[in-house]
Ligand binder design. Structure first.
Ligand SMILES: Cc1cc2nc3c(=O)[nH]c(=O)nc-3n(C[C@H](O)[C@H](O)[C@H](O)COP(=O)(O)OP(=O)(O)OC[C@H]3O[C@@H](n4cnc5c(N)ncnc54)[C@H](O)[C@@H]3O)c2cc1C
Length: 300
């Protein structure tokens, strides 16, 4: 019986494992090694780690865990989890092995719906992004494109005016933005193009131009998209968690959920989706988990 099984070894899961390991809790952390930002080359906005390679960030987190014999890290997928009547969890690993835990922390993150555009794979994470806070500074004042429709496309375009004033919203078909929204774009100097996109062209990971179906080209240095996201793992859905309209789990104080003993932290839960926030949420969940375990174990 582990005190805690943590599913996911991104910033949220690693941070929780560190805290819980230091609380002398028997922790099993299972990870499949595909963090949301795996295509990225530099992590931004994390105090003391700004610009660090995201893979090095995670590797360094794992290295720190090695000194805690209380924490076991395994490169394995969790394929199922169930909560019994005694509020203990049975967790099934890929391959069929079962482990048991008093508490379960799901920190499995989300994935982004990357636009289905020819040429995007070579550019994603280098000059194609979704988060201006993460990657806007590096392309400040550059000619930028936004990819997205409706309220989302409009919202991201207006937000990006902080980083550049040379903005073109490309909706790759009907914009689905009402007259007031279009007027707002115009008032803020943002061009709108509804032409279908044929492909993206660039070199060495850097976007150079958008090629439209009609053959016309639009020189751009980077593109920010807003096309939605989904849970990387179905675990939280299967455990009956409550979701908001963004597709993330509604959690309470300290990342608690509807189920006693189940916690969800990081991008998979509500709130701002940044590495520093995910790490903080993991630490908060660890605090709550340890506090619950103390209460359960101490004689009154
Ligand atoms: C291109 C890009 C660039 C970004 N740049 C920045 C940036 O500069 N700064 C910033 O703050 N944020 C950035 N982000 C956001 C950042 O990636 C997330 O906020 C952060 O990774 C969330 O951490 P997490 O621990 O919640 O989830 P993740 O980092 O996604 O980690 C989840 C982990 O769980 C594992 N997992 C999933 N399912 C299972 C399972 N069933 N069993 C076992 N393991 C499982 C995954 O393999 C993964 O390792 C960027 C995102 C993208 C897409």
């Amino acid at each position: 019986m582990y005190d805690v099984v943590i599913v996911g070894g991104g910033p949220a899961g690693l941070s929780a494992a560190l805290m819980l390991g230091r609380c002398r809790r028997a922790v099993l952390l299972c990870d499949t090694g595909h963090p949301r930002n795996e295509a990225s080359h530099a992590l931004h906005g994390y105090l003391t780690r700004d610009g660090m390679n995201p893979h090095e960030f995670l590797a360094s987190g794992r290295r720190e865990l090695r000194q805690y014999e209380t924490v076991t890290v395994r490169d394995v997928a969790v394929v199922a989890a169930e909560c019994g009547a005694d509020s203990r969890f049975e967790v099934t690993l890929a391959g069929g092995e079962s482990v048991h835990a008093r508490k379960l922390l799901v920190a499995t993150g989300v994935r982004d719906e990357v636009p289905p555009l020819e040429g995007i794979e070579d550019l994603y994470g280098r000059s194609i992004f979704h988060c201006p806070y993460c990657d806007g500074w590096e392309v400040r004042d550059a000619p930028l494109a936004i990819y997205g429709r409706g309220e989302r496309g409009l919202g991201l375009s207006l937000e990006l005016t902080v980083w550049s004033r040379d903005l073109v919203l490309c909706t790759d078909g009907e914009a689905e933005i009402d007259a007031e929204g279009c007027a707002r774009l115009q008032r803020n100097g943002i061009n709108l193009r509804e032409d279908r996109i044929a492909r993206l062209e660039g070199r060495d990971g850097i976007l150079e131009r958008i090629v439209f179906a009609g053959g016309e080209t639009l020189p751009r240095r980077a593109l920010f998209f807003t096309t939605g996201q989904y849970q990387q793992s179905p675990l939280a859905i299967r455990l009956g968690c409550d979701f908001n309209d963004k597709g993330t789990v509604r959690t309470g104080k300290y990342e608690t959920t509807h189920l006693k003993g189940l916690f969800v932290a990081g991008d998979a839960s509500r709130a701002v989706q940044w590495v520093i926030v995910a790490a903080a949420e993991g630490a908060e969940a660890a605090f709550a988990i340890n506090t619950d375990l103390i209460k359960e174990d101490l004689l009154s």
